[in-house]
Design a protein around this ligand. Structure first.
Ligand SMILES: [Zn+2]
Length: 327
């Protein structure tokens, strides 16, 4: 048990320790894990071990290397990441990393280069990474992280040992949330299995706001179709997360309409809401609105300055333009 890690990371960590103990750590690894799973914490632990002067499997925390890492001044540890959130990693940053890779270790050990958000490498940058991975410099370890391996050049993936963060179980998440003082209901735990740390940041996620959004959406989608303004306000307040909840609710509705049992739904505690919506919105409207929602989410995440409330209102209006009532 590594107490610096989240409970869902212990499995990958144990496997890493086995490889480290065997003395066959590869020159490049790729960790595929959603950005809200704390993947940086995991790679940081690994970098500490690789650079530690006293231990092969667990950083001692006492040596010169461990002290420098703690102080954030280790000369053999380099990180590459997009300069701004949502932006790509440019080729210049990778060229700089490649120069570090060719240098001699300043502490006489190895060098570690961590490329965060490898899925955001621009084309030239990805080719520059590939060139180094094809002829890895001696004593240099590359740690790459990505949301998904699908977004990377297959030639980069094939040159790395790939590790995937297994999906976090709702039970583990609920238990962890309890320890963090979060009042999670099990629906919320199921909604955040892919990126649990979102529950900690200030993204407007709480059991109350989630329940309120569900209540207002449910009310608006049933005769007499009232409360559009409140619904828009609640969704705007909950931001990207509110739209994500709508996506999951509509996915559950679709599953219900197709006869998929509630064990496979996100909303199991709120299954009455799922059934109520499913009885008032036709399947073809659900599918069309899921597609429209995806476009709305993408537009709002890519462009700032859009009229969010107007766009949400337009999306909600589309429900009534379709054949809303089930005959
Ligand atoms: Zn150490």
């Amino acid at each position: 048990m590594n107490t610096a890690l989240y409970p869902w990371q212990q499995g990958v960590w144990q496997q890493w320790q086995t490889v480290l103990a065997s003395g066959t750590w590869p020159h490049a690894i790729l960790l595929a894990a959603e950005s809200g799973t704390g993947r940086g914490v995991l790679t940081r632990q690994l970098a500490e071990v690789l650079l530690c002067q006293n231990s092969e499997t667990q950083a001692c925390g006492l040596c010169h290397s461990c002290s420098l890492l703690k102080a954030g001044t280790h000369p053999d540890y380099h990180q590459v990441a997009p300069a701004e959130a949502g932006k790509q990693i440019g080729v210049d940053a990778v060229r700089q990393a490649n120069r570090w890779a060719m240098e001699t270790s300043q502490l006489g050990g190895c060098r570690v280069i961590e490329i965060q958000y490898a899925n955001r490498l621009g084309e030239a940058a990805a080719n520059a990474v590939l060139k180094t991975l094809e002829e890895p410099p001696a004593g240099c370890f590359y740690l790459l992280t990505t949301d998904s391996t699908d977004m990377l050049l297959p030639t980069i993936v094939s040159r790395c040992m790939v590790w995937r963060q297994p999906e976090v179980s709702a039970e583990v998440l609920e238990q962890w949330g309890y320890g963090q003082g979060l009042a999670l209901h099990s629906d919320l735990a199921r909604l955040y299995r892919h990126s649990p740390l979102k529950l900690l940041d200030d993204a407007g996620v709480s059991a109350e706001t989630h329940q309120e959004v569900l209540r207002l959406v449910n009310q608006y989608l049933q005769p007499p179709y009232l409360g559009m303004t409140e619904c828009v306000k609640a969704l705007e307040k909950a931001g990207a997360e509110g739209l994500y909840w709508c996506h999951c609710l509509l996915m559950d509705v679709l599953k219900y309409q197709q006869g998929v049992g509630c064990d496979y739904w996100f909303h199991q505690e709120a299954q009455q809401t799922v059934v109520a919506v499913a009885q008032h919105v036709n399947t073809h409207v659900v599918i069309a609105q899921l597609t429209a929602l995806q476009q709305l989410q993408s537009a709002l995440s890519l462009h700032t300055g859009l009229n969010q409330s107007l766009m949400i209102a337009q999306w909600l209006t589309e429900f009534s333009k379709g054949d809303v009532s089930v005959s």
